[in-house]
Design a protein around this ligand. Sequence first.
Ligand code: GDP
Ligand code: MG
Length: 436
Amino acid sequence: NLSNKLDRAFKTLKGQGSITEINVAQTIKEVRRALVDADVNYKVAKTVTDKIKDEAMGRDVLIAVSPGQLMVKIVHEELTELMGGEKKDININGSPAIVLIAGLQGSGKTTFTGKLANFLKKQGKGVMVAACDVYRPAAIDQLNVLAEQVGVEFYAERESKDPVQIARNAVEHAKKTGKKVVIIDTAGRLAVDEEMMREIYNVKEAIKPTETLFVVDSMTGQDAVNTAKAFNDRINFDGVVLTKLDGDSRGGAALSIRAVVEKPIKFISTGEKMEALDLFYPDRMAQRILGMGDVISLVERAQQSFDEEEAKRINKNIRKNQFNFDDFLSQLEQIKRMGDIKDLVGMIPGVSKMLKDVEIDESAFKPIEAIIKSMTKEERQNPDMISGSRRNRIAKGSGTTIQQVNNLMKQFNDMRKMMRSMNKMAGTKGGLAKLG
Ligand code: GDP
Ligand code: MG
């Protein structure tokens, strides 16, 4: 799935010191493919990923943040931005406010009309819904049932064949009865056609709605974009309602529609029940499109999978009482790569318990790293051979003092002692080998 794909994409970035042209190219390709798989229009996906690439290349990688982590953040930010950044509310200023509902047949207009009425009623507003579908009597009944269910006033003219007149009368009636909002449900057709467009256009011209909402089925993928464009060209709607997001729709339509018609998505519909309505939050949809459920958890997984292999290796050395300076250095590097050190401590075997209460200051790592890097390969792997004269050489080579080297040696030996005694304990307790 998409999440796995992105995982893989980000894996190429893991362990790299910075975001460069080469390591970003592969990731971008994967992200683009993932977006297209999520129903995002190819052209839109390309624009997004080009933007992401520019954004990524321009950023310095903080030492504590891995490039993969940063990429996740950038992708998420760009998608959020593309879908409007902020949540946009429906405009219901007016007495009454007139909300016109447009869209294809089966997109979920009537259901949404009921939901919106329910939503506004719960805010204490007097609401009326009106049925302007003159083709299907069943559609009138459907809205009638929903209106009763949520407890709002219902308006219809069963004998009339003139949707414009019904809409006008409905608004008049809402005015007379002092409603705050009147929602006009209209008829749709199975495909975009001129007659439907003319009808909805005429209704709009006649009642001059406060807000015109275009309802679209998110399961229709690429078609959703074309339909949105056709409607917007003709009736210039104010916002989009994305329905049926409870299915396995991947939400890519949200991104494409927003990019193509440049109108905000205001609501999402996630089921047939009247309560299944949500405001549209671009950042949440960005997460959904990425298929991550939760970006943070992806980042964490990425970090963990990095840690796991290295941690396993180090753990083995600890258990064999062979913890050496290479392991120590590797742990330091892991710590540096990650953001919040405190959280990370828990991932490091053996040392976790020791470091838990210690304030870690990254600048303190520098001399330690310098000292270890001034050791020979042999010395790192056999720390016991580091005698007084070797310590002198190491201090000089690393630009530190003999005291600092001695301190590190002492820390390191204390650590090993602790590991040994933990191993012993584990041994007597019958193989409690899991440290940290
Ligand atoms: P209209 O023709 O545009 O008025 O569409 P309807 O409101 O009659 O909805 C068409 C079908 O889709 C109905 O069976 C609804 O119950 C269903 N439907 C509407 N919105 C949703 C939704 O968000 N999720 C699901 N699963 N079904 C929906
Ligand atoms: Mg309907």
